[in-house]
Ligand binder design. Structure first.
Ligand code: AMP
Ligand code: MG
Length: 528
């Protein structure tokens, strides 16, 4: 196994927990606790992302090296690794939950390659001081979903954490999938996640809630220094690491607001629903993080949520993600306000969230609909389309991939029939859609852009292939039989989500009827 260059700044520069025994507790005055992954029975590599491996300087041979597979399964450390779990809190479903922390994610350290720094994290590697009453493990189905989706999101151009590997542990894990008193044994698995930083809003919130203001300042200083170094270079401020200035903190929070806005606008563009936007699942560097009961919109519906735990309140449904992003940023602002003289700068930053979100969404919609520019009336035109899509049950992905090919001289909704889920939806809304299409065609024909140019622009904003919930479920059903072929197929397909690929037509299909209400396809629960 080649030598890897670890430089574990979080571990070295921030204060750690004095206790090193592994039992559940409140951890004060520290940002991390040392903890070893708990060994598993028989780690085996089910899949890996060769692009992430390459990004980390790992060859295909390295990935198959028994030392590496053991390390990715939590059975062995490679030289330079220093395992720890971090301490954070969070607002869950609108309520302050106190200390949460990495209950089943264990950092291995920070790998530096080509001047880039990556935190490596094993999700499902066993109990930590933050595991509370849970087992620190993850099951194959949820690990596979995180592995595939984070890679798919990356290739869609959505800011996200990445995944290096999916390792089966050979151990069984007990899960009550629907919290209905029917626990079952399932296969355990571990994903090695990779990101420049896994720091969450909740890291800052917990320190503020405990009045630990010196450590809050230190954590902000550390985060700006390590995770925002490129951004910092463009600022007119210098960083005092233990006492970052008010102006710098405000500028930094503005940057966080802008990144969050852009990330969520991307989610809306591609039809991604995170499902658990608790503040402990919000990345400080604006990445999509913690893939749990996420889902992809099939029939366009702003009220849809994949998360059964949220089926009543629909707090985290598709159409509310922008509002929730704002709410979460306000909670981060509350934490930062404990060390600032007033909230004026923070409020400006929140305004900036709205401005950047609106602009990013407009850019996305202009691209999705193939408009030349944004005109005042376009909002109304688009809203009418979304309203009809919702009421008629129209598939989001198929609608947009086919919209670019309608005949503008005599547009007819029949050309988009493939996107309708029911015959009834089609017949009931046929005339409404035709009226809309006539208006839409008129609007498009105002432009002098060539058809080919418009189609190319639309194709670059509208994914042809997304990780539909039923596709992930099919990959899971096979993987549970030890067959990773569909993971490989999907990984390859989703690397080029905007390009039509020969022989891959069936992956464009809308959700089949069997998947409409099937567990795993339209219904998922939290932490599995
Ligand atoms: P999540 O809903 O996955 O974001 O998790 C919320 C909190 O519960 C975090 O502190 C997690 O680390 C913790 N958690 C979730 N699942 C487990 C588990 N199986 N074992 C230990 N902690 C967990
Ligand atoms: Mg989480």
């Amino acid at each position: 196994m080649r030598t890897l260059n670890f430089d574990n700044r979080f571990y070295r520069e921030l204060p750690g927990d004095a206790i090193t025994d592994n039992y559940t507790r409140q951890v004060k005055d520290a940002l991390w606790s040392s903890v070893m992954p708990t060994p598993v029975k028989a780690p085996s590599l089910m899949a890996y992302s060769s692009d992430v491996a390459e990004m980390l300087g790992l060859s295909d041979a390295d990935m198959h090296d028994p030392d590496m597979v053991n390390a990715l399964g939590g059975n062995q450390l490679l030289p330079g690794m220093q395992p720890y779990a971090t301490c954070y809190g969070g607002h869950q479903f609108g309520n302050w939950a106190g200390q949460l922390g990495d209950g089943r994610a264990i950092y291995l350290g920070e790998l530096v390659h080509n001047n880039q720094r990556f935190e490596l994290q094993l999700k499902g590697a066993g109990e930590t001081p933050y595991s509370r009453r849970a087992d620190g493990r993850a099951v194959l189905r949820s690990s596979l979903r995180e592995f595939l989706c984070s890679e798919a999101m990356y290739y869609l151009g959505v800011p996200t954490t990445r995944a290096l590997s999916l390792v089966c542990t050979g151990d069984q894990v007990v899960r009550d999938m629907f919290y209905d008193g029917n626990p079952q044994m399932e296969q355990g698995a571990i994903v090695c996640r990779v990101a420049p930083s896994f720091t969450r809003f909740g890291h800052f919130e917990l320190l503020a809630s405990r009045g630990n203001l010196a450590l809050l300042k230190q954590m902000i200083g550390f985060t700006i220094d390590r995770d925002f170094s490129d951004w910092l270079q463009q600022q007119n401020h210098t960083l005092s690491k233990d006492e970052p200035s008010t102006a710098l903190i405000e500028a930094w929070f503005t940057e966080i607001c802008e990144r969050t806005a852009r990330m969520i606008a991307h989610w809306m563009r591609v039809g991604f629903v995170h499902g658990v936007m608790n503040t402990d699942n919000m990345s400080i560097i604006g990445l999509t993080i913690d893939y749990g009961p996420y889902g992809w919109v099939d029939n366009f519906d702003p009220g849809w949520t994949p998360n059964t735990t949220d089926a009543q309140g629909r707090r985290y449904c598709f159409g509310r993600q922008h509002d929730i992003g704002r709410w979460n940023l306000e909670r981060l602002a509350d934490a930062l306000s404990t060390i600032l003289p007033d909230a004026v700068g923070l409020n400006h930053a929140l305004d900036q969230y709205e401005t950047v979100y609106t602009q990013s969404l407009i850019d996305a919609l202009v691209g999705k609909f193939g408009l030349d520019t944004w005109q005042d009336d376009d909002g109304e035109l688009i809203n009418r389309c979304f309203e009809l899509m919702t009421r008629a049950e129209v598939d989001m992905t198929l609608f947009f991939t086919h919209l670019s090919h309608i005949n503008l001289a005599s547009p007819n909704i029949a050309d988009l029939k493939i996107a309708f889920y029911t015959e009834q939806g089609y017949t009931n809304f046929e005339s409404d859609f035709n009226a809309w299409l006539a208006q839409y065609a008129k609007r498009i024909l105002q432009s002098t852009e060539s058809i080919a140019a418009r189609q190319a622009r639309m194709a670059s904003h509208n994914p042809r292939y997304v990780l539909r919930n039923y596709l992930a479920q099919e990959a899971i059903d096979l993987a549970e039989q030890g067959d990773s072929s569909m993971i490989e197929t999907l990984l390859k397909l989703l690397k080029n989500p905007y390009t039509q690929q020969a022989g891959m037509e069936k992956f464009e299909d809308k959700r089949p009827d069997w998947a409409r209400h099937k567990a795993g396809c339209s219904m998922l629960s939290c932490s599995s």
